[in-house]
Design a protein. Structure first.
Length: 604
DNA sequence: CCCCCCCC
């Protein structure tokens, strides 16, 4: 049975803040409870927060687990009754309550019984009993439920005398910032500074910039507008550490934030920013790497951190933005990691132009955006950070692995199965059921969305499956029968006979549902095994034979790559599913795919 | 008060 550090809970409950930081480390406690705090927003991307109860065998107190430790909960590393040693904690006073945040810990033992019969420590006049911490903790995560804004008198944190103290003010952990406390100073490193951006919309125009601020407890985004840009933009330098105070703490709109923080800072006219040269306590960067194999689990538009070896550096290219019509340089990298997956990652703008590494370095990416084009892709966004050959353990491990055996590995691609990563290609790893296609409202946005599905033809609208087309290569326009010939308006030419091309609408079904798919020439060729000219000729000559051909086509199953897009026709808006590829089932190919699945890391 | 982050 473990020996707990009796007395620590009482001290945590009574000691003034400046002492708590010093007495914090090295104490052994038991976790009596780990509970997820109700999410702040309805957003599904809101970061989980865990409230824990720690016991020293005599007393217990409540605390919050820093979100950077959430993995310990998710992985089952810590549970009820786990005994841990606290390596680092912070305490801050929010109004009249104290909030203890466990910043780091390590496990001593699991599967223990509850040790002793701990009770709540006696309340003191100066320091409130932990019973009120319930309210404190939820006020951090659920400000909407708090009714006490501006009513209670905040306890002024005691000035720190240690080396990180400053001008009689206490340094707060970023994790502890909340809208209800404004007399704070954080000591944070600028891990990222945006360019100055301008905007102009109905509500007005202006300019702004963002910084990402980080300390050992967490991260927060800061934004400065207009005059504040002039005042502070030059002052902030990436990598440097600053004392920052008198900024406003707002609820972050999670939709737009990739940081693990429910709040963000609005840098105001009177916000104080002062460089701090004593920087050793502030980490350089914080990562929460995901393996490339598990990108499938992330939704499109999520952001994540990854680390990989650059296996391929694509050529500098450019695209023309549909929205702005501007030309933007881009460069695709292929990165691989120990999960034996590869993924394409796109750099934009200057970063694309200037990327010159030719020695296949290890690169860490923070806050890159997940795309789902043909599987999974990653893309740098303005808040992403790319670090080439970072001096971190994961990088050294990866380097060693890759130089040893990684070079010889085959990497599973996220972009497609056997047919290659072509646009709209069939992807066995990303098959959707028809009901899923409809339920997930694919194509309901302004953009076209692509999916792969396997379905059986139930019915083909037989009245009109082809049209007379211009025989000019690549024209395919409908031609008009003049009696004396067929005229193409586009080519301004008349032809003796047209070339029929398929245009067909078919109902397909799988076990989950059905859908109407629109197919063109390629689809007809696959379905009938004949050209549209041939089928048209049959229809003219022998209606019964034509009907038999139609009947034959029903009940056949194909692999489809489809494009879902909203379409307005006769004032009716609905999603249409176009067939971009159709292939007969190839059982050899299907079996090969299953074998690959069995060999892949996630089957082990 | 932005919140765009692009293309196949």
């Amino acid at each position: 049975m473990s020996q707990l550090s009796a007395g620590i809970c009482r001290r945590l409950n009574e000691a003034p803040q400046e002492e708590i930081d010093q007495l914090a480390s090295g104490h052994t406690v038991q976790l009596l409870s780990i509970k997820k705090v109700a999410p702040t927003t309805t957003s599904t991307t809101a970061t989980d927060r865990f409230r824990i109860i720690i016991s020293d065998g005599v007393h217990f107190v409540q605390a919050m687990l820093a979100t950077q430790l959430n993995d310990l909960v998710a992985n089952g590393d810590i549970n009820k009754n786990t005994v841990v040693i606290i390596d680092k904690l912070a305490c801050n006073f929010v109004q009249d309550k104290r909030l203890i945040i466990i910043l780091d810990l390590h496990v001593v033992s699991r599967n223990e019984e509850k040790i002793g019969t701990p009770t709540a420590p006696p309340s003191t006049q100066d320091a409130p009993a932990p019973a009120v911490l319930e309210a404190t903790s939820s006020s951090v995560t659920s400000p909407a439920t708090s009714s006490s804004t501006g009513q209670a008198k905040p306890i002024q944190p005691q000035p720190r005398t240690g080396p990180s103290g400053r001008g009689g003010r206490s340094v707060y952990p970023i994790e502890g910032l909340s809208p209800y406390q404004n007399n704070w100073t954080i000591k944070a490193r600028v891990t990222q500074k945006s360019d100055i951006r301008t905007w102009s919309n109905q509500r007005g125009e202006g300019k702004l910039f963002n910084v990402t601020l980080m300390d050992e407890s967490g991260e927060i985004r800061g934004t400065g507008f207009n005059a504040v840009v002039d005042e502070l933009y030059e002052k902030f330098e990436e990598g440097k550490v600053y004392y920052i105070s008198k900024a406003r703490v707002n609820l972050a709109k999670k939709k737009f934030s990739n940081l693990q923080n429910d709040y963000e800072l609005s840098l105001e006219k009177n916000t104080e920013v002062e460089e701090c040269l004593e920087t050793t306590s502030v980490p350089m960067m914080k990562y929460n790497f995901v393996e490339l194999s598990s990108l499938e689990k992330l939704e499109r538009d999520n952001t994540c951190d990854v680390i990989g070896v650059i296996k391929e550096v694509g050529p500098l290219g450019e695209i023309t933005s549909k929205a702005t019509n501007r030309t933007i340089p881009k460069r695709d990298l292929t990165i691989v990691d120990m999960s034996q997956y590869s993924v394409r990652l796109t750099l934009w703008g200057k970063q694309a132009e200037q990327f010159a590494a030719d020695d296949l370095p290890v690169v860490a990416f923070k806050g890159v955006k997940v795309g789902d084009f043909g599987g999974r892709t990653l893309s740098m966004v303005s808040s992403s950070i790319m670090t080439i050959s970072p001096d971190i353990e994961e990088a050294h491990l990866l380097r060693g692995w890759y130089d040893g055996i990684g070079t010889e590995k085959n990497f599973q691609s996220h972009t497609s199965g056997s047919s290659g990563a072509s646009f709209g290609g069939f992807n066995r790893n990303e098959m959707r059921h028809l009901s899923d296609v409809k339920e997930s409202q694919l194509g309901m946005s302004d953009k076209a969305e692509f999916f792969s599905t396997r379905a059986t033809i139930m019915h083909i609208k037989s009245e009109n499956i082809s049209y007379p087309a211009c025989p000019t290569q690549g024209c395919n326009k409908k031609v008009v029968d003049l009696g004396s010939g067929w005229k193409c308006e586009k080519c301004d030419k008349t032809f003796e006979r047209p070339e029929y091309r398929y245009i067909m609408s078919m109902a397909v079904a799988d076990w989950s549902g059905q859908a109407w798919l629109q197919g063109f020439n390629e689809a007809g060729l696959a379905v009938f095994g004949k050209t549209a000219d041939e089928v048209h000729e049959i229809k003219e000559r022998n209606e019964a034979e034509y009907n038999a051909l139609m009947a034959q086509a029903s009940g056949v199953t194909f692999n489809f790559s489809c494009r879902a897009k909203q379409d307005t026709y006769n004032d009716q808006t609905r999603v249409r599913y176009g067939i971009s590829r159709i292939t007969s089932l190839d059982y050899h190919e299907e079996a090969k795919h299953f074998v690959n699945l069995l060999k892949s890391p996630w089957a082990q």
